[in-house]
Design a protein around this ligand. Sequence first.
Ligand code: SAH
Length: 394
Amino acid sequence: MAAVLTLKPGKERSLARRHPWVYAGAVARVEGAPAKGETVQVRAADGHFCAWAAYSPDSLTRARAWSFTQADRIDAEWIEARLAEAIARRATLVRGTDAMRLVFGEADRLPGLVVDRYRDQLVVQFLAAGVEAWRDVIVGALPRLTGCRDLYERSDAAAREREGLPVREGTLAGQAPAAAIRIDEAGVRYAVDVLSGHKTGFYIDQRENRAMVAWYAAGRSVLNCFCYTGGFTIAALKAGAASAVSIDSSGPALDGARLNQKINGLDEADCEWVEASVFDALNRLVAEGRRFDLIVLDPPKFAPSSHHVDRAARAYKEINLKALRLLAPGGLLFTFSCSSAIGVDLFQKIVAGAVFDAGVEAQMIRRLQAGSDHPMMMTHPEGEYLKGLLLLRV
Ligand code: SAH
């Protein structure tokens, strides 16, 4: 008999709409002393079945639903079937690259699990108690399902801390990863450092936006703010951009960017890598009266939670305002926010405010989002984090 988690009256509504999270405040009682990560049956106050979920006693998200079907049995076979489906879906969604997200948590009905593939290297993150409890099954299945023998763990420390799980990194199967794994994305090569790079090594989620930048880049002067290892810069230059100035405050990130420049055979004279705060650098460029034909703003998450929204909104506004002042007429601005706490509507309002304050006119050409291997389950809007706008200064 599975342990039972009974909800307070009315708290079954979000689960009935297939939202996968049970917050601590919604729980009336837990019977059967489930261990961390164990599957519990979630019941409404009147006792009817709501979901099978992974119990997470130390987290504010007290349980995460695996399934809303009472007949399901959450066992190794079930977990493997979800992995196999997620991996098979990517084959239809992603083309022309050997780097992709194979499993993306809630969107693939495996809450808290991330699996990225860089060529033949897999990088995995166990970010919730449920997938942690199935770690051995997952580690055993992934090489078989993908044909990749090498599996490395890069579980994000902050997320694991919220789950009461110890920080973990290291080789789980096969060989230790190479220091720089060479991936090929639409003919552009990037060196990925899965040991110490951001996320699992690279911003895979920006792939389709890199393609969009490349689409418009020919002949343009580019400014790439928060460039990290130069993803957008290299894509633009390979597509014929005239020149690029790229700014990041991290020296190691810029070393990675220079390596990417080199392995793509790009001319050093065309790329200027600037180690500085973007806030200061934008002020300087404005003061110098500089102009660019294509600007990318892809900052770190300014709002880590809903408590930080006001301050974050001011920071987004400021960089967008400065960037718009640097944008030549006919120029394009690719502007992003990866803060889940800032929704699409709010982000658009912030950028519209910046357009107004900059005293320019701009058209919205497109909305942008994470690549198709980073989907969002329609019943789980929190899964939407990366949003962007493509503006044209008229
Ligand atoms: N656009 C990148 C990802 C950006 S991640 C890509 O597509 O790969 C955010 C980057 O911002 C990090 O590389 C971090 O070093 C840098 N960063 C954070 N705060 C900064 C600041 N105030 N000024 C400049 N860079 C900053």
